[in-house]
Design a protein around this ligand. Structure first.
Ligand SMILES: Cc1cc2nc3c(=O)[nH]c(=O)nc-3n(C[C@H](O)[C@H](O)[C@H](O)COP(=O)(O)O)c2cc1C
Length: 339
């Protein structure tokens, strides 16, 4: 199977929800939430792609770094690359007719395992979403990360317990889903979390807790002070609030505040190994990829996701060699052209 075939098949299977554009930039699908787009005008999704495109790299070829090693260690796991699968879930609410929740979740969690990395699974208004996430994480011997919605505290803590029971390596909460339209449509209560509530979540489990949807230094400090093991700098792919800035634009301020205190992940608009390198250079420890992996999942299942991740890894390797980085830890802001 080749990626071109995977994408062609995805375009047929996702007809009406995603056009599988050559450049997945949020323009054609603007406003399509539920669906694959960014909410409202689609500006948050588009800003993610634009913020990355504005960064330019210093091409350096007179150095020792003849080969690049993309391995990283995160949350106690050795991973083949600093690239993880984001949670993309909810086939019914997101109108992915003809794609089963189980099929999508297996591809998004087991596909990254085939490539030597980790994927995430979601939670949603329909109970089948979280049930499927937990079941696939068990199938993956715990090597997957469930992302729980910021439900009312008791409902959230109950799901943290279930995730721990499933043996998940880490447990995430997409705190930016506090007003998510997809949840409201199904009558499920979600809410912003106080610092005390975040601490309660961290203390309720032995597992590393990751807060997904951090867009300001203030929220990053709350996460770090509450003992979170990680954050995902994310605007939910532009799906939570219209007119949020691109994640690559807010990442450096957040890195300045909390680097070294917790693991910093970032997502939004990552479409190549070069984009991964840019996010690392801006201070991230690793990135998540959402829509392109969901497209690969729809077109080629686990194998499609593996192929897409391997392509990004190869592109990252080449980009590292051409910027003089032998290891992921060598990547820093000097890789970026300052103008
Ligand atoms: C159809 C769809 C469903 C999603 N479902 C979830 C979810 O269940 N939980 C979650 O934390 N994020 C969810 N996301 C957001 C992704 O995890 C991720 O933050 C975002 O897609 C990253 O941006 P990218 O798609 O540009 O890579 C979803 C995104 C899409 C497009």
């Amino acid at each position: 199977m080749e990626l071109s075939e995977v994408r062609q098949r995805a375009a047929e299977r996702l007809a009406g929800v995603c056009k599988v554009c050559r450049h997945c930039n949020g323009v054609v699908c603007a406003g399509q939430v539920p669906g694959f787009g960014g909410v409202g005008t689609g500006a948050g999704f588009i800003a993610n792609v634009e913020a990355l495109a504005r960064r330019k790299l210093n091409l350096r070829v007179l150095h020792q770094a003849k080969e690049a090693d993309t391995h990283v260690r995160l949350f106690g796991q050795n991973l083949s690359m600093p690239i993880l699968g984001a949670a993309v879930a909810g086939v019914k609410v997101n109108r992915m007719a003809g794609v089963e929740e189980r099929e999508l979740t297996e591809a998004m969690i087991l596909g990254p395992r085939l490539a030597g990395t980790l994927g995430m699974g979601g939670d949603g208004g329909d109970p089948i979403v979280f049930e499927t996430t937990l079941s696939v994480i068990k199938q993956a011997h715990g090597l997957g990360i469930p992302v729980i919605k910021p439900r009312t505290q008791d409902a959230l803590l109950e799901r943290v317990r279930l995730a721990e029971e499933a043996g998940a390596v880490a447990i995430a909460v997409d705190v930016d889903a506090a007003g998510l339209i997809n949840m409201a449509l199904l009558g499920q209560k979600v809410e912003p979390k106080t610092a005390a509530q975040v601490r309660e979540i961290v203390e309720a489990t032995q597992k590393p807790v990751i807060l997904k949807g951090i867009m300001t230094p203030e929220d990053a400090i709350v996460a770090a002070d509450a003992g979170a093991a990680g954050i995902v700098v994310s605007n939910h792919g532009g799906r939570a609030l219209d007119h949020t800035p691109g994640t690559a634009d807010v990442l450096p301020q957040i890195v300045r505040e909390v680097k070294g205190q917790l693991t910093i992940l970032v997502d939004g608009g990552v479409r190549s190994g070069v984009d991964v390198l840019k996010m690392l250079a801006l201070g991230a420890d690793a990135v998540l990829v959402g829509r392109p992996l969901a497209i690969a999942a729809a077109g080629g299942g686990q194998e499609g996701v593996r192929l897409q991740l391997e392509e990004y890894r190869n592109q990252l390797r080449v980009a590292m060699v051409l910027t003089g980085c032998a290891r992921v830890s060598d990547v820093d802001s000097s890789v970026l052209w300052q103008g």
